[in-house]
Design a protein around this ligand. Structure first.
Ligand SMILES: Nc1nc2c(c(=O)[nH]1)N[C@H]1C(S)=C(S)[C@@H](COP(=O)(O)O)O[C@H]1N2
Ligand SMILES: [Mo]
Length: 325
């Protein structure tokens, strides 16, 4: 078995990822050729690397890598990132979104931006794609459930939107409201959460350059199950703050209610910064499982304060993070 060394030094089996049959057969024939010396081992490694980032059926999105905002961790396989999802509008099992989100219509799509802004506007997808240069940013995303992934997202800082709509002095928070259409989303009939799925940020958090308005991943537009056509990615916060399939953005005076906080206020606070020192009432947040490293040799990783994004620490200076969890 090929053994690959991960960035934290843990040895892991390279072939632990789920492999589609066609790719598996191609690889097997390739490995057979490699064994008889028909192809070099460098070419074999390159081929296997390409497989981990297999392009799907989505349109390509050209974006320049932003190395200053990119993690060097081994990237999660495309297959894992698109088949192990939380998107309750399509069901509560990790495999439900990949199975059910095919019914989501992502064009035409508009995002209404309103509230305490001088220039309210409704942007369609083409306008969003053109609003600022697209960047690729490899972010860690840590779910509150104790697992994490490393994904090359495509988008630009949400601050570009803020600049464009010119918030008034009353805009203290930003509310993200997502699509809730029971004709397209079978899970919206269930009462696990209050719909539409709503999230929020303080305006200075939304203005932090790490806050990414996201239109793609792995060099392509977003798969439906990952929040097509537009979502937020906030790498220093638990995954549920990163709302998928956004249709409305409201600049507001008062701290908005959020879906997870409404459903279990003692478990999910407004801030929800990744914090290994503040346990969830029902489990520890001290460590995490990196998806794709679940072979029996894999150890859990230590969860880092702010998920390792210490740039954001000044946003919370002087705050009691046990109280404002
Ligand atoms: N609209 C909506 N957005 C959502 C969710 C959801 O259920 N509905 N789940 C959240 C949770 S819990 C996580 S961990 C991330 C997962 O994003 P990913 O599937 O792209 O990894 O999306 C978040 N955004
Ligand atoms: Mo999550």
């Amino acid at each position: 078995m090929l053994i690959k060394r991960s960035p934290n030094g843990i040895e892991l089996p390279f072939s632990s990822e789920i492999t589609p049959r066609a790719v598996f057969e191609a690889r097997r024939s390739f490995i057979r050729q490699a064994a008889v010396g028909a192809v070099s081992s460098a070419a074999l490694l390159e081929m296997m690397n390409r497989e981990a980032f297999a392009q799907g059926t989505h349109p390509k999105l050209a974006a320049k890598l932003n190395p200053a905002y990119s993690a060097l961790d081994k990237q999660t396989a495309y297959k894992d990132a698109t088949t192990y999802n939380n998107f309750y509008e399509f069901g509560t099992d990790k495999s439900d979104p990949a199975q059910n989100a095919g019914t989501l219509r992502t064009r035409p799509w508009t995002v209404a931006i309103e509230g305490e802004v001088k220039k309210p506007m409704t942007l369609d997808l083409d306008a969003l794609l053109k609003l600022a240069p697209l960047e690729e940013r490899v972010y860690r995303l840590r779910c509150v459930e104790g697992w994490s992934m490393v994904i090359p997202w495509v988008g630009y800082s949400f601050s570009e939107i803020i600049k464009k709509v010119e918030p008034t002095g009353n805009a203290k928070y930003v509310e993200f409201i997502t699509l809730a259409d029971n004709k397209q989303m079978p899970g919206v009939g269930s009462r696990v959460l209050q719909w539409p799925y709503t999230e929020g940020l303080r305006i200075d958090e939304a203005n932090h350059p790490l806050a990414l308005l996201t239109l793609g991943m792995y060099g392509e537009t977003l798969p439906n199950q990952n929040g097509a056509p537009v979502r937020m990615v906030l790498p220093w916060k638990y995954g549920f703050k990163s709302a998928k399939s956004i249709v409305k953005i409201r600049f507001v005076k008062d701290q908005p209610r959020t879906s997870w906080n409404l459903s279990a206020p003692s478990e999910y606070g407004f801030y929800s910064n990744v914090n290994p020192n503040v346990d969830h009432p029902r489990w520890s947040q001290a460590s995490e499982r990196r998806i794709g490293e679940d072979g029996f040799l894999a150890r859990k990783r230590k969860t880092l304060m702010y998920n390792g994004y210490n740039d954001v620490a000044s946003l919370y200076a002087g705050m009691d993070l046990k109280k404002f969890f």
